[in-house]
Ligand binder design. Structure first.
Ligand SMILES: Nc1ncnc2c1ncn2[C@@H]1O[C@H](COP(=O)(O)OP(=O)(O)O)[C@@H](O)[C@H]1O
Ligand SMILES: O=P(O)(O)OC[C@H](O)CO
Length: 519
């Protein structure tokens, strides 16, 4: 039990991580051995104005952040004096533009899943060629990333371009928005981001880690509205007097998938993890080299600790996995909760020949086909709802198996085991099927809060709370391992049928469908 005095022996004994995710915001208090001590969580509204558009209210997210910080402190039974540092991790790419004088966003945040910028991407590809973007930024020119979203907001809001050019508007991903508000907002808030988040904007040169002036000019984005790019682990500022974390040093920022990679202790080239959440994101550490992919993977920054060398990763981003299970629940009413997807899937031995390809916002890795849409194929009278639940879970594993295939091809090495985390890894049927498909062990750590752990470690390393990444490795422990149980020919046949199903999703959005969606 702690008391709010300046002399408490527990002062500085913990680190807090704030995890600002797609569906909710969490704060977690973590101790030196890497154990979560207390947490708070709050969901925010998903604003869906039309097909393909997804928005968040950035002010709601800031309110929720303050609330969950209070909840986590209370749950851990500590006060802010017990915190040595706070780290931020966040849904990446989601874009906010706000007025630097008032702190008011000029539009709802445009979320990473949102596809409204397709026309902007097409125009940019027509002007300069998509290859230029891949060469400079390591990314395909796609609606997923932040730069085109900034362009869209500046076009959509009356007078925004002029205000941006006059230096009155600021851009940020969620890390930037939160740090600016936490450190004072209009009253001296720090306008910063870290290299991992900046590497998702399509505006940063992946080799020099600077904003690329030519690309910013192509998108007509004034560089005055861009945050300063900093490392992932250093002092960015301190909590402002109006917040709950007054004077607490803010010392870690990592995009959420990079944070999970860090929390899974993937510090050696070749090590990687796969996170099963709203979408699936696999990252493999490629060391200090920014490897370009020939197979639809993204080149991204994994982390940069202070002045140390930048560590890069290859990433396979899959847009729809856990959100398919939400869709079975909310749109089809097939299941009452996510866990029932497993109960139903276990009632049948296989998918009955059915395949679900959840290309709800096109297909991300390894295909990058924006004009694909979801399909359910292989239907016969035999197929029932249990088969569909199984097919939905299998689609999650199939999509990740294709990403692993791309990683193996790009790196020239075969994956030896897969570290997993995220909300879906409690689903044992899915984990077993993943091991069966890949032919390698799937391994779950004891603490599956890897995202929060990663942000906490980045923050704690900056203030000497942990001495080095060796402490992170020492704190990591295995919980459960699934080994392959089917032969490789059977796995290859399943994957072949999946790939056939995927081709049925291609090329759905023609001009008529696009015009209808836009009207
Ligand atoms: N038992 C389960 N089986 C299948 N999917 C699940 C299960 N439990 C949770 N999920 C899915 O996991 C996702 C939540 O994971 P989480 O890592 O919290 O997501 P995020 O961080 O992207 O918000 C939801 O999309 C939910 O549908
Ligand atoms: O918030 P999550 O866990 O769905 O992650 C979102 C990713 O960062 C998008 O790139």
């Amino acid at each position: 039990m702690t008391t709010p005095t300046g002399t408490n022996p527990e002062n500085g004994s913990y680190v807090m991580a704030i995890d600002q995710g797609t569906t909710s915001t969490r704060a977690v208090v973590i101790d030196h051995s890497g154990q979560p001590l207390g947490s708070g969580q709050k969901e925010h509204e998903q604003i869906l104005p039309r097909a393909g558009w997804v928005e968040h209210d950035a002010k709601e997210i800031w309110r929720n952040t303050r609330e969950v910080v209070g909840l986590a402190l209370a749950d851990a039974n500590i006060n802010r004096h017990s915190l040595a540092a706070v780290g931020i991790t966040n849904q990446r790419e989601t874009t906010v533009v706000w007025d630097r004088h008032t702190g008011e966003p000029i539009h709802n945040a445009v979320v990473w899943q949102d596809t409204r910028t397709q026309e902007i991407c097409d125009r940019l590809a027509g002007d300069a060629g998509a290859e230029k973007y891949k060469d400079r930024t390591g990314l395909p020119l796609a609606t997923y990333f932040a730069g085109p979203k900034v362009r869209w907001i500046l076009d959509a809001v009356d007078g925004a371009q002029e205000r941006a050019e006059a230096g009155d508007l600021l851009f940020g991903t969620m890390d930037t928005w939160l740090v600016w508000n936490m450190t004072g907002g209009p009253d001296g808030g720090r306008h910063v981001t870290d290299v991992t988040n900046a590497s998702r904007t399509l505006l940063m040169n992946i080799d020099t880690l600077d904003w690329n002036a030519e690309i910013c000019a192509d998108m007509d984005i004034p560089t005055s509205m861009l945050p300063e790019i900093r490392s992932s682990s250093e002092v960015y500022g301190h909590g402002h007097k109006q917040g709950l974390l007054i004077d607490t040093p803010i010392t870690g920022i990592l995009g959420d998938q990079q944070a999970a990679t860090f929390g899974q202790a993937c510090f050696t080239p070749g090590q990687g993890k796969n996170t099963y959440g709203t979408g699936n994101f696999m990252l493999m550490n490629t060391g200090t080299e920014a490897v370009r992919s020939d197979n639809g993977l993204l080149t991204t920054v994994a982390y940069k600790l202070g002045e140390q060398d930048t560590v890069y990763a290859l990433e396979g981003a899959v847009a729809v996995t856990g959100s398919l299970i939400q869709w079975l629940r909310d749109n089809l009413g097939l299941i009452a909760d996510a866990a029932e997807s497993e109960t139903k899937a276990k009632k049948v031995d296989d998918n009955g020949g059915a395949y679900v390809v959840p290309a709800f916002s096109g297909l991300f890795a390894p295909y990058w086909k924006h004009d694909a849409r979801g399909v359910l194929v292989g239907l016969t009278r035999y197929v029932n709802q249990n088969h569909i639940c199984r097919a939905a879970l299998e689609s999650v594993a199939f999509q990740s198996a294709e990403v692993v295939g791309a990683m193996n091809d790009d790196s020239g090495k075969d994956l030896t085991e897969l570290k997993v985390d995220g909300g879906m890894v409690v689903n044992e049927t899915l984990m077993q099927f993943q091991a069966d498909l890949l032919g390698v062990d799937v391994v779950r750590p004891q603490v599956i809060e890897t995202t929060a752990m990663g942000a906490a470690y980045a923050a704690g390393l900056a203030v000497g709370f942990w001495a080095s990444t060796d402490d992170v490795v020492a704190n990591w422990a295995e919980d459960k391992r699934w080994s392959p149980q089917i032969d490789r020919d059977a796995a290859a046949r399943k994957l072949r049928l999946w790939k056939k199903a995927v081709t049925r999703a291609f090329d759905w959005v023609d001009e008529d469908v696009a015009a209808e969606a836009a009207s």
